[in-house]
Design a binder for this molecule. Structure first.
Ligand code: PLP
Length: 350
């Protein structure tokens, strides 16, 4: 049971076992330089799931976001992004440096950009001394730097409408998109419909070693493999990522919902113990917080690890742990899991 991971956190032996199972299942076709075979099967499967015409495999999400905004922008080089997004903070200014785009950060310290702020930037861009149109609005949801908080759906819909009225294209960094339907009540197609392109990670929820899917309309995806190759992203053998990811796509939404049922039951059982308290975020998705009082956080973590329960590092003073919900929670009944927490807390009392 792993409370520190987006997915199952497969170790090398488990990973190798999944791969050999997939290959042994028969009719397995590898790709050639990230084209054809199981890569094509992966692309068409995700295109359908996201309600798009087509999709392309890319080796990383960083490249997916970059190629998306690069192509969507065309000649309109200004791109509105969230200040807290991966594209703005964690991609080494790739879009600025390698593609000459001007990324404008919105909603500093928040997850959801306001429609007012978007409108202000569109007005400012229209009213400059030199015409500088906004070409793309890129949104990340859930927002990794904000504890996977989701962007408000109605605001997304309003921003999408506003952009489309003005011919501005829209990209969704949905690295963890598949966790949103449970919390927002809006399905994958509903999200896909608000954006021209959607990126989903293959390694966060679907346990591949790496990889990303970028979905869009047929005209957008056509020929994009040339840019993938230009950026050194055409892996000669990409099939291992696709093989593992495809294994875990079916049933993901149901398993995630069931995992939250286990988490809710675990929280209820531990609340009865009195030493554990819990918090959730107002627009939270996969993360909740647990605080253990009267317990040494490092010792608690160590004792749980000895019982196959992995936690992230707790805060040394407050004893607060960030807890991720994923399908590893389905491996044990909540009652057994709670007993392990209580036993570990007894041994870690201070
Ligand atoms: C929200 C988000 N977008 C994009 C990425 C980039 O993905 P990759 O590591 O596959 O380049 C990440 C990865 O951590 C992410 O969390």
């Amino acid at each position: 049971m792993n409370f520190a991971s987006d997915g199952l956190g497969l170790d090398p032996a488990e990973y190798a076992a999944v791969l050999s199972q997939v290959v042994a299942d028969g009719d397995f076709q590898p790709d050639n330089y990230s084209q054809g075979g199981i890569i094509r099967a992966l692309e068409t499967r995700f295109a359908r799931l996201l309600g798009k015409d087509d999709a392309i495999y890319l080796p990383t999400g960083t490249l997916a976001n970059h190629l998306a905004v690069r192509k969507l922008a065309g000649n309109d080089r200004r791109v509105l992004v969230q200040a807290e997004s991966h594209l703005y903070n964690d991609s080494g200014d790739c879009a600025q440096t390698l593609s000459g785009l001007n990324l404008v950060p919105l909603a500093d310290g928040a997850s959801t950009p306001s429609v007012d702020e978007v409108e202000r930037w569109l007005r400012r861009s229209d009213g400059g001394r030199v015409e500088t149109r906004v070409g793309v609005i890129a949104i990340e949801s859930p927002v990794r730097r904000r504890h996977h908080e989701m962007v408000d759906f109605d605001t997304l819909a309003r921003i999408s409408r506003l952009a489309r009225e003005r011919g501005i294209r829209l990209h969704l960094d949905g690295a963890r998109l598949f966790n949103l339907p449970l919390h927002s009540g809006h399905g994958l197609h509903a999200y896909g419909a608000l954006f021209d392109t959607v990126y989903v990670s293959l390694w966060k929820h679907f346990n591949a070693g790496s990889g990303a899917i970028l979905a869009g309309d047929a005209g957008f995806i056509e020929g994009l493999f040339h840019q993938r190759r230009m950026f050194g992203g055409a892996l000669p053998h990409a099939w291992p990522s696709a093989a593992v990811a495809l294994r875990f796509v079916d049933g993901y939404l149901e398993d995630y919902a069931k995992s939250w049922q286990v988490a809710d039951r675990l929280v209820a059982l531990l609340q009865d113990d009195g030493r554990f308290s819990f918090e959730t975020l107002p627009n939270g998705t996969s993360r909740f917080f647990m605080t253990a009082t009267g317990v040494d956080p490092a010792a608690l973590r160590e004792r749980l690890a000895a019982q196959d329960v992995v936690l992230s590092h707790g805060h040394p003073d407050t004893g607060r742990f960030a807890m991720e919900v994923n399908a590893t929670l389905l491996r044990l009944p909540a009652e057994v899991l709670a007993a392990r927490f209580i036993e570990a807390a007894n041994g870690a009392a201070r």
